[in-house]
Design a protein around this ligand. Structure first.
Ligand code: DHB
Ligand code: FE
Length: 285
């Protein structure tokens, strides 16, 4: 059977992608941020999974105002890199895992979550920046990726509670796939940031820290935080953090196993207008 080995959490600020693509990672502004991912890249070399189930949000690249799926799973063989206005990022195209993705769609829909099945989709910085942070600049991505897009851009957005329950359904789906694959589940976006309006530039370090503490220790209680608290405390784009609860819900402790091991935890301000958070949790078998 397939098995979830770890969950990885990371912000996805587009300026981080530009810093990598333009060779600026050792400049004084960026160096402390990339230093915070060095341990993660080493860990990834030794703990590379077959497949990454990557939860992210599309930023009006694949979906427009015309169609707003709350939860969308990418079942294609390959996913081209989106052009977000400056041309596509110079990164490899993303190779999917249609068999596992289709199995997850079947299983999760039968567990009463209405997923949108997407057979053709370009992927934007929400997905490619975390890949670059964890894998660097390889000629081809070393893992297969199942993109899972969540609407956190246009209201109404899904609740933390629903995201946490969805993660549990995704774990059951992955663990019932009849091939011995290793799978990591990534939750991306956040942390506190607001990109527009009078509160643009908002950073709430204390709230972010508490979010990470609670994500590790009491995700079921954290899942009860209403969407309005994210927006009030972490800014309008801080709501991206509900996606971390999907990944956390898929960890074994939520289904009665032992608590996960904290491999790495990192927090840094600023990256563009954003606080950057990063966490790796390993399932203890
Ligand atoms: C920016 C965009 C994002 O999607 C995000 O999550 C953080 C920052 C930006 O445009 O700076
Ligand atoms: Fe974003």
């Amino acid at each position: 059977m397939a098995r979830i080995t770890a969950s990885v959490y990371s912000s996805h600020v587009p300026a981080i992608g530009a810093a990598i693509d333009l060779g600026k990672t050792s400049e004084p502004y960026w160096q402390p941020l990339f230093a915070g991912y060095e341990k993660s890249r080493r860990w990834m070399e030794e703990n590379r999974p077959d497949v990454v189930f990557l939860i992210y949000n599309d930023h009006a690249s694949a979906f427009s105002l015309e169609i707003v799926p709350t939860f969308a799973i990418g079942t294609a063989e390959r996913f081209p890199i989106a052009d977000e206005g400056w041309g596509p990022r110079p990164v490899p195209e993303v190779i999917g895992h249609p068999e596992l993705a289709s199995h997850i769609a079947q299983s999760v829909i039968q567990q009463d979550f209405d997923l949108t099945v997407v057979n053709h989709m370009a992927v934007d910085h929400g997905l490619t920046v975390p890949l670059s942070l964890l894998f660097g600049q390889p000629p081809a991505w070393p893992v297969k990726v199942i993109p899972f897009a969540v609407n956190v851009v246009l209201y109404p957005v899904p609740s933390g509670r629903r995201c946490f329950a969805l993660g549990q359904a995704i774990r059951r789906a992955i663990e019932s796939f009849d091939e011995p694959l290793t799978v990591q589940i990534w939750g991306t976006g956040g942390m506190s940031h607001q990109l527009q309006g009078p509160r643009a530039g908002l950073i709430n370090r204390e709230w972010d820290m508490q979010f990470m503490d609670r994500l590790i220790a009491e995700p079921d209680k954290l899942a009860e935080v209403p969407h309005i608290e994210y927006v009030r405390e972490a800014g309008s784009e801080g709501i991206e953090l509900v996606m971390w609860l999907i990944a956390r819900g898929a960890m074994s402790d939520v289904a009665g196993g032992p608590p996960p091991r904290v491999v790495h935890r990192f927090y840094h301000v600023p990256a563009s207008n954003t606080a950057v958070g990063h966490l790796i949790l390993e399932n203890v078998q």
